[in-house]
Design a protein around this ligand. Structure first.
Ligand code: SF4
Ligand code: SF4
Length: 310
């Protein structure tokens, strides 16, 4: 179908979420807190991830891929997620592989990965892990040269934790703040969070999205453990299956059918927002392009020692 030598691959971003729903943390704002997966469910999750990884490793004839793992629970305490990230990071047709994590796992496995490709979306959950342990891991990630962002849910009780974290994180690391689900912010409250995360205004309110162009369904899709392809995690209509190739014919621009989009992993793909520019090169792991710019960083403070639910 193409002239010899012409590159026929298309860019495709995949948000993958398998059956895993268990987490080692117990966050009061999360339905997956301290959930246990049965051995059967864990086996199914592992088999589903292995299948996805095998597909992604051989998808280079069709696509250049970027992959974000968005498990309901915590993936990196499971060996199969760590292995998938390392393996996919070495594939030349994969531009990015990232995962949302609470960073409770060890960090040394990352030395086996291609760190030009792997990235982490880390969330600090106050009360679930000692502060110094979490902070120490972020500094270790920085030493290893891992690309990552760190975030926190913008609950009133988290503000002091967030301030402390901003002061202590490696200076180049972006701290994002997710507006807490079901929470509204006065201008004064929002200003406090915006001091810490200049991009908080994007998270403060759900984005009206009905009828607006969104890249999902065309260059971005969501895939579940069975390979069912949907445009995003929030619109249930199915576009086909990854493994029988039926998704390919369905990839096309289409407007958002929902009234609002209130999760970063969704609205970042809205074409009416400038977020592909803001996060250029770091859309999946939520690392803004201008992270070193004074506009994005609060004034430096001395070190001292040491969304949605994500
Ligand atoms: S918010 Fe994240 S870390 Fe906390 S319990 Fe839920 S899945 Fe685990
Ligand atoms: S705007 Fe959000 S809900 Fe609508 S299609 Fe895009 S990602 Fe999905």
């Amino acid at each position: 179908m193409t002239a010899a030598g012409m590159d026929t691959t298309t860019d495709l971003t995949i948000l993958y979420r398998g059956p895993l729903a268990s987490c080692d943390y117990d966050c009061p704002y999360c339905p997956f807190a301290k959930r246990r997966d049965s051995p059967e469910r864990l086996r199914a999750d592992r088999a589903a991830l292995d299948r996805f990884t095998a597909w992604a490793r051989t998808a280079g004839t069709d696509h250049r891929l970027s992959v974000l793992f968005t498990p309901w629970g915590e993936g990196l305490v499971r060996s199969w997620y760590r292995r998938a990230l390392v393996e996919l990071s070495h594939e030349p047709h994969i531009d990015r592989v990232a995962i949302q994590t609470n960073l409770s796992c060890r960090t040394e496995w990352l030395t086996g990965a291609d760190l030009d490709t792997l990235a982490l979306w880390c969330t600090y959950h106050p009360g679930q892990t000692p502060y110094d342990r979490f902070l120490g891991k972020t500094h270790r990630l920085a030493e290893l040269g891992v690309r990552f962002s760190v975030g926190i849910v913008g609950l009133p009780g988290h503000l002091e934790h967030a301030r402390r974290l901003r002061a202590d994180l490696p200076g180049h690391v972006y701290l994002w703040v997710n507006a807490a689900e079901g929470h509204t912010y006065t201008d004064e409250q929002a200003a406090r969070w915006t001091e810490l995360d200049p991009l908080f205004p994007y998270s403060r309110h759900p984005h009206r999205s009905a009828g607006l162009p969104c890249r999902t369904g065309a260059s971005v899709v969501s895939v579940d453990g069975e390979g069912t392809v949907r445009r995003c995690h929030f619109v249930p209509a199915e576009l086909g299956n990854l493994y029988d190739g039926s998704y390919r014919a369905a990839l096309a621009p289409r407007p958002c059918p929902l009234a609002v989009c209130d999760c970063h992993i969704g609205y970042v793909h809205l074409e009416t927002l400038p977020l592909y520019d803001v996060f250029a090169g770091g859309v999946l792991e939520r690392v803004p392009r201008a992270v070193t710019s004074p506009v994005l960083l609060p004034s430096p403070r001395p070190r001292h020692g040491g969304g949605s639910r994500r």
